[in-house]
Design a protein around this ligand. Sequence first.
Ligand code: G
Ligand code: G
Ligand code: NA
Ligand code: MN
Length: 253
Amino acid sequence: LTLENQIRTAIQNNQFELHYQPQIDLKTGNMVGAEALIRWNHPHLGMISPQDFIPLVEEMGLAVLMGEWVIETACKQLKSWLNKGVEPFRVSVNLSPQQFIKQNLVDTIERILTEVDLEPQFLEIEITESMTMDVERAIITLDKLNKLGVKIAIDDFGTGYSSLNYLKNFSIHRLKIDRTFVKDIMNNENDAKIVSTIISMAHGLKLEVLAEGVETQDQAAYLSRLNCNQAQGFYYSKPLPSVEIENRFLTKG
Ligand code: G
Ligand code: G
Ligand code: NA
Ligand code: MN
């Protein structure tokens, strides 16, 4: 079997699965979101990390196919959780560049939301700064997504090559501060300054901020003092299979 066929087979045979990493509100401690992260449960090779197969998926032009599976699966999972009467939270999915530039992205998302019967504000799309290089086009797509009612987050914020110019033109809701800035906030003054400045700037622009890669209670407390809205990282939980999310994080509302 060629790798391309293996990936097609994997989609058909449910070899892909989504793990979910909780996103915690720093003021209340509640889980307010969960980022869906894909895993490939390969019949012979075991669990394969997305870093090892997403580049191949993109090269083979299968990112749109896989991406649709991700959005649909994440929406269905959230819908089933919400149906159990848990405290509502949103689900975030990562988009590939190929998905973001595809003409019918917004229609696809709208169709999935309708099929699953999920309200749009429960879905968040994560894009990276590098996907917004074609500014004109990104503005149009993000405006459409915004009108549809889904939330939009800029992932790995601070690591891209984009200018800050787009922040005033783009319909976005949240900046996710990349974990490389968060890692040393307790002992590196420059990192602490960068993080506090991103938070102030985001709030000035009426955006929410989420800190990625939070690994210690000190970091969480410090970010909370800076009025960072949410945090995500190993301090709270690594990405978990849906059953474990249910057991550890979901309480009846
Ligand atoms: O744990 P982690 O190994 O889950 O993720 C590694 C990288 O793979 C991250 O950069 C993450 O954004 C990316 N990734 C994880 N799941 C998906 C997905 O469903 N789609 C896309 N495009 N990227 C993903
Ligand atoms: O690019 P993206 O932000 O989507 O990447 C998510 C990746 O970050 C996943 O591989 C996930 O396993 C990893 N990750 C999540 N939380 C932490 C953390 O607290 N520390 C570190 N080092 N990695 C994390
Ligand atoms: Na992400
Ligand atoms: Mn990230």
